[in-house]
Write a protein that binds this ligand. Sequence first.
Ligand code: NAP
Length: 267
Amino acid sequence: MENDIPKIGLGTWQNTDPEECIQSVKTALDSGYRHIDTAQIYENEQHVGKGIKQSQINRDNIFLATKVWIDKLGEDDVKNSVETSLEKLDTSFVDLLYVHWPADSYDAEETMKAFNELVEEGLVEDIGVSNFSPEQLEEAQKHSDVDILANQVEMHPFLQQERLVEYCQENDVYLVAYSPLARGNVIGHSVLKDIADNHGVSEAQVSLAWLQSKENVVVIPKASSEDHIKDNLDSVDLELSGSEIERIENIEKNERYVDPDFGKGWG
Ligand code: NAP
């Protein structure tokens, strides 16, 4: 792959309290994160921008991603909406711009054309999609001269996404795992707790390390407190054994925690 996405990023969904959001972004960057994930619909791009400015890290060393919401995916709306995002984020470009969901005003041909133009104009370094099935990704790529760098989807030990992982590995696309802690539900699960106790770490770290053990998969856990932010970052150094990975892969669950009505029917 030409451009690398840092293995771990900070998620910011529902981090709408201005001070909390600014502090979590600043703390994450100053602790070692180099990847921040936001979206127009999170209504916190301005706080994310402030957190970046207040951190000790230079913008050029940060991988910043945002997403265009489903009502702004028409050819004529994409550019305006991204210009507004850039103003809020207080930056001249984003490293990765995602189509948030293939829904509402999304049209593969129109939307990808507009995304390609933003790359040409230098407002966007790379383009991605989110909540796309392999078929939807293929259709989007057909209409894009620029390679699609990533598909951001829900993935954790209770939704293992085998088909998408395989597709991404075969097609040189990153799978950015969202809700990688199953929205907090990994805490207390017996298998994850047992493995965590053996290593003297948290269940959150076990979930994140399992995801990161897979080629092409990167994680974006959301955390507000400094303790959680740092705990999650430590997962980068946690190595699970083959048998521990197998135990996690044998967890028989198929639970989707993010399932809006407009997303129904995706792969
Ligand atoms: P998540 O990261 O799976 O879980 C976040 C929850 O886990 C929060 O309640 C957080 O609490 C808690 N937590 C974090 N670290 C912890 C730790 N070490 N120990 C115990 N609890 C911990 O859920 P998510 O926010 O849904 O997903 C992550 C990010 O993915 C989002 O923030 C967003 O950026 C992205 N996302 C994208 C989409 C999409 O459609 N593309 C959809 C959903 C999410 P505190 O906040 O109190 O630390």
